[in-house]
Design a protein around this ligand. Structure first.
Ligand code: ATP
Ligand code: LTN
Length: 336
């Protein structure tokens, strides 16, 4: 009989910025899928600290947030011996490839990015070049690892398209160099909205803490925030246009319980928003409880976090440097 060799596992890569305490949106839209995908694919997951300095960070707080997000990656169950877990700035190839790719990206295509337009409004006093070039650094993150799949929330779809365009452009100009990545956007939770303005996405850098649930919020805080979530005056729990607040709470509830919208509507028929909000709060509290408990353990163990980051940076650099060398050679740089 002919020997069969197993096809190599596909590679996935994703990152999260340490720009604040991650929210329920980050969790349901991205992190929750990472754990599932990490068991099936070859995973690399990073704390995108270079992306986070596109807005001002206070140094001591920033350092803490970077460690906290690394601890969170462990708390959601990612295994540093199975997946590569690393801090982006500890792998210099990201900055190096980003510069190179800047020179293969057009000003016009960057100007169309909706995140840039939004952020240049919310940070009007600091519209820096990094904020503009942010998607190119993200493309470098992805392309360095030859990622096949990139699990992200729906807000990142446009950035993924740019990463694909840049990869294809480079491959056409030279010869096949980069894997062209596909986005992986979950069916549920891909776009969790703000509790105070359900037309805006829930964001950890929102100045109003009532608009988001942080993954480390205590149970009573979660209950209060959900109780004060903006809804409508109709008073019936059903998914419909114009009921964005309720639609959002239903989506959150569905993600945490596995119920469908129809089941939720049937369960809450004839009941008011008070009952529904109490049930949503309970489901969110139970969903986040084990993560919060494991996070407490990891975040206090600084020596372990340092060790995880060092091991991750070494493994990540090995993969990333291979791609970077290939790119530099094709462009015509003189390699040492
Ligand atoms: P910031 O608010 O500082 O801009 P962010 O939370 O939007 O940050 P990241 O930390 O980089 O951005 O996001 C990490 C992951 O979480 C990404 O995959 C992103 O798509 C996802 N994500 C962010 N916000 C939401 C949301 N409201 N709903 C679903 N997924 C989200
Ligand atoms: N821009 C992303 C975070 C991010 C990312 C990446 C996601 C940075 N580099 C690479 C996937 C792959 C965001 O969610 N705001």
């Amino acid at each position: 009989m002919e020997a069969t060799t197993a096809a190599p596992k596909k590679r996935i890569l994703s990152c999260i910025q340490p720009s604040g305490i991650p929210t329920l949106g980050n969790y349901l839209g991205a992190l929750k899928n990472w754990k599932t995908l990490a068991d099936e694919f070859d995973g690399a997951f990073a704390v995108a600290d270079l992306h986070a300095i596109t807005v001002r960070q206070e140094p001591a707080q920033f350092r803490k947030q970077i460690n906290d997000v690394l601890a969170l990656l462990l708390a959601i169950g990612l295994d540093p011996d199975q997946s590569i877990l690393f801090i982006q700035s500890q792998v210099p190839a990201h900055s190096q490839l980003a510069w190179i790719l800047n020179c293969y990206t057009q000003f016009g295509e960057m100007s169309r990015m909706t995140q840039f337009k939004d952020k240049s409004q919310s940070h009007a006093d600091n519209v820096n070049v990094g904020l503009f070039a942010y998607p190119v650094l993200m493309a470098a993150d992805i392309l360095l690892y030859q990622a096949d799949l990139v699990p992200v929330g729906a807000d990142q779809k446009q950035h993924l398209e740019i990463a694909r365009d840049i990869a294809q452009r480079f491959n056409t100009l030279y010869s096949p160099t980069f894997t062209v990545p596909e986005p992986y956007i979950g069916k549920q939770g891909a776009r969790v909205m703000s509790l105070q303005d359900p037309l805006k996405k829930m964001s950890k850098s929102d100045p109003n803490p009532k608009s988001y649930i942080s993954v480390f919020d205590a149970p009573d805080v979660i209950s209060k925030k959900i109780k004060s979530a903006v809804t409508d005056s109709e008073g019936s729990v059903r998914f419909a246009d114009g009921k964005e607040g309720i639609n959002n709470l239903m989506a959150i509830y569905a993600c945490c319980t596995g119920l469908t919208n129809e089941q939720i509507e049937a369960d809450f028929a004839g009941k008011g928003y008070g009952d529904f909000k109490a049930a949503v709060a309970e489901a969110v509290i139970e969903e986040l409880r084990p993560i919060r408990e494991r996070y407490e353990r990891y975040s206090n163990d600084k020596a372990y976090l340092k060790e995880v980051a060092a091991q991750g940076a070494e493994r990540a650099s090995r993969v990333a440097n291979r791609t970077l060398q290939k790119v530099m050679k094709k462009i015509g740089f003189v390699l040492p």
